[in-house]
Structure formats: C-alpha cells, structure tokens
Ligand binder design. Structure first.
Ligand code: PXG
Ligand code: PLP
Length: 442
C-alpha cells in the first residue's frame, strides 16, 4: 500500500516497468521529460540525441506540430466512438490512405493498438480464413528462431526469443519454427543483404514434409528481424519463402512492425525486397509512436472469404475497444501526411549509403565482431565478456546515454534506428560516441 503523502515524482516503487532491470533502474533512474525533433531532454536538463527513434517508432522525429495539433483537435471534437457496429469518418479515411500506401492487393485494414495485437489479429485471421474456405485442417503456424512478434500468447508462440517464451507454459500448440538466418562465420560485416543463407528458406520444405503442408495455415517472419539484434535476410531468402508458401497454399505474413513506414527507405519491407505477403502486421511508425495504434493489412482474397452468409451477421468475431479510435486515427492521418510532405521515406533511402559507411567505419573499434545495416537500421555486435553475456553492451548503453546519445542494446548487440529526419552530423555523432564509449567500458 502506498502512503499518498509519499507519492512524489521520486517515488518509483509502484510502476513495474516493462522489459527493464527494475531494481537497477530505480537505483539510478534515467528520465526523459521533453523531446523535440532529434533530441530528448533529460530530467537534469541535458540533450540526448535519439539514435533509436524511441523504440523504433518515432520515424518523423519528436513533437511534430502537425501530429500534436491533430491529436488536440480530435480530442476536443470527437473523443471516442464505439468501435463495434458504429463508425466515424477518420478510421475509414486512414484505412483508405493505408491501402493506397501498401503494396497492390493488400487493400483491407484492421486496426489494433500495438504490434503484439496486430500479430495476434493476423494469426487468428489466418486460421479463420482457411476455415471460412472449408480448409479448417490448416491449423499450424510457423515462426522462426530469434523472431520477435510481441508478447501476447500468439506472438510468443511463433516468436523465437527464448527468455520471452520459457516462463509461460505450453503456449499455442501446433507451432513449429524455421531456423534463424544468422551466419556470422560466412556473413560477418556484410553491407545490406548478406550473400549466404538463402537455402535456409528450404527448411520450410522440410517442415512441410514433416507435418504435411495441408496442415499449415501460415508462416510469419519479420522481413528484417529487429528486436533480436538486426538479422538481415540473405539475398533471395524471402523470395524463396514466398515460392514455397505459394506451392503449398500457405499464407505468408510479414511482421512489419519495425520495417513498416519508411525505416527501409521504402513504405514497407515488402516494397524494399519486392516480395508480396498475404498479410502485413504494423504498428509503431503508423502514428509516429505518439499514440498506440496498429494496423493489419490483408489481401482482397482473405477479406472477401469472410464476406458471406446473412448480411446482418458479424463476419469476424474479433476486435478491440480501441480499434481505429478517433484520436489514434487522427494521429495516423497526420503522421502519414508528415511522411508524405517531407518525403521521409525517400530521405531514408538517400541517407542509407552514408549510414552504412559510417557504421562500417567502426569495424576496427574495440570489441566489435560484426556490423550489419539496411535502410536506416544498424547493428554493432560486441564480443561478450566471458561468462557475463549482455553486461558489456548494457554498460555501453548507459555510458552512451551519459555522453548524450540514446542507443539500444539487446544481448551484446547495439541496435540503431534513428528518426528518418536525422542529419549527417547526427550520424557522425552517434558513431563517434559509440567509438569513445567502447574505449571506456570493460
Ligand atoms: N512485431 C515486431 C516485429 C516487433 O518488432 C512487435 C511485434 C510488438 O509490438 P508492441 O507494439 O506490442 O511492442 C514488435 C515490437 C527493441 C524493441 O528494442 C522492439 C520492439 C518493441 C520494443 C523494443 O528491439 N518490437
Ligand atoms: N476484459 C474485460 C473485463 C472487458 O470487458 C474487455 C472489453 O470489453 C476486455 C478485457 C478487452 O478490452 P479491449 O477491447 O480494450 O482489448
């Protein structure tokens, strides 16, 4: 029980923080109190360069007036409308804008409130789609080792990050996993898509052989695996997955929660790699991270399979209280408008070669054993301290923060994903801060 008199901004006990070393944090907290464009302001008044777009989401930079004004205006005009059996114009407008932005044929959109919800929505849609077509024997879902698909039960079942799964019982049944594509022996220090490993997609044929393809509903992968520490698909890998899925009538889901909305220098990873999935899950950059919102894109074929039976009947028994809520929809529209007006996806593509060169200049920095990059995504893998995995990278994260640069670490990998408004001088600052930091940490 908290004594209300003790509740001050310095009382950190009540909030059980997500994916955080809570006890360590509360001894030495790192607090942001403001943000503008490329920088955060800390509680002690320092400016910190945002090398990670928050958590891979603030693609247009912080506190952009078009977005903040749209939210304020919407909150005063129509705050909430029931999501079920009622509508409001902005959700439809946003869905249309998204359908225009997405690859041809992925023209129907369901709204959620996060990447995790988008993933669970897509997995449920895949199962229900096959059933609606009279093919209900397709119940298996195939993910990939080291995949991250959020933290809900569906997402951790198809996901492949062991600590995110191991505490949580039996998870979904009927799930199998492709092998991950990390081949440091062959591919270390690759620029962009690595040369070796497209044959790993053929493991899907092995899985089809084991279970029989007629039992498999869908395969879900991140086009670029982000959260696990940036694993870029080998050249030809995603094309091969698409071919095998087509051969066996299996749906291919791209989890574009990180790769969507310009991070690759294209609207989506599907555009960048030229491979069209049957569904895409998105969130994060959809609203510039400002308001929780996700979107699941599905093909006309999937959508149309549900539009049958009596017209007064609900076609799909799924949805959230906040699906397409007015304020998120307004934020989404203003975000897409900001991306368009400022040409931010093209800007990311133009900066990508500079970004690549800058990151790879760290090849000779202390502890560096691999560097990977694509679009405005980068990863610097460090040699772990023997017997103390993650410790070196975490020290680097804290030291870089003290030096005025926000980076993100996962395992012993530094992951970078700056806002797409980044300037070359900021890229230089991130790289020089990392170099100095690695000189200073154990
Ligand atoms: N799918 C993918 C591919 C993701 O990257 C999710 C689903 C889940 O989204 P929500 O909105 O439920 O968190 C994600 C989220 C990191 C990091 O530092 C990555 C994510 C979230 C937070 C931190 O790597 N990815
Ligand atoms: N739990 C309870 C008791 C509810 O009544 C609801 C929604 O009505 C939910 C969970 C689901 O909440 P949401 O629609 O925000 O996901």
């Amino acid at each position: 029980m908290s004594n209300r008199l003790n509740v001050t901004p310095n009382d950190l006990r009540a909030f059980w923080m997500p994916f955080t070393a809570n006890r360590q944090f509360k001894k030495n907290p790192r607090m942001f109190v403001g943000a503008k464009d490329m920088h955060y302001t800390t509680a002690d008044g320092r400016q910190v360069l945002d090398g990670t777009a928050g958590l891979w989401c603030v693609n247009a930079g912080h506190c952009r007036p078009r977005i903040t004004e749209a939210i304020a205006k919407q909150a005063g005009e129509l705050d909430y409308a029931p999501a079920f059996q009622m509508g409001h114009p902005k959700a439809f407008e946003l869905a249309n804008r998204l359908a225009d932005l997405s690859p041809d044929g992925l023209d129907h959109v369901m709204f959620t409130n996060s990447g995790s919800e988008s993933v669970d929505t897509a997995l449920k849609t895949a199962l229900a789609y096959h059933r609606a077509k009279g093919d209900g024997a397709r119940f298996r879902l195939i993910g990939r080792e080291r995949g991250y698909h959020g933290v809900n039960f569906g997402g951790i079942s198809v996901g492949g990050i062991v600590p995110n799964r191991k505490m949580f019982g039996t998870l979904l049944t009927g799930v199998d996993h492709l092998p991950h594509t990390h081949l440091p022996g062959e591919n270390a220090f690759s620029r962009g898509e690595p040369k070796h490993g497209s044959n790993l997609a053929d493991e899907l044929e092995r899985i089809c052989g084991l279970h029989d393809p007629s039992t498999i509903a869908a395969v879900i992968v991140e086009p670029v695996a982000g959260s696990t520490g940036v694993l870029i698909p080998p050249k030809g890998y995603l094309q091969r997955l698409r071919e095998i899925c087509d051969k066996h009538g299996i749906l291919l889901i791209f989890d574009e929660v990180i790769t969507g909305y310009g991070r690759m220098g294209a609207p989506f990873g599907a555009d960048y790699f030229g491979v069209k999935p049957d569904m895409m899950t998105t969130a994060k950059g959809l609203t510039n991270g400002v308001i929780p919102m996700g979107a699941v894109f599905v093909t006309d074929e999937i959508h149309d399979a549900f539009m049958q039976g009596p017209e007064h009947m609900i076609e799909f028994f799924h949805g959230y209280t906040y699906s397409g809520n007015p304020i998120s929809s307004a934020a989404g529209l203003a975000t897409l408008e900001t991306y368009r007006e400022e040409g931010l996806f093209d800007r990311a593509a133009e900066l990508a070669p500079y970004w690549e060169d800058a990151l790879h200049s760290l090849k000779d920095a202390r502890y560096v054993i691999d560097i990977r990059n694509i679009g405005l995504i980068g990863a610097i893998e460090l040699e772990p301290i023997a017997g103390q995995p993650t410790k070196r990278a975490f020290s680097a994260f804290v030291r870089a923060y003290e030096k005025g640069c926000l980076i993100r670490t996962t395992g012993d990998i530094i992951a970078l994903s700056p806002p797409l408004i980044i300037e070359k001088q900021h890229i230089d600052q991130i790289v020089s801060t990392i170099r100095e930091t690695l000189e200073e940490v154990d």
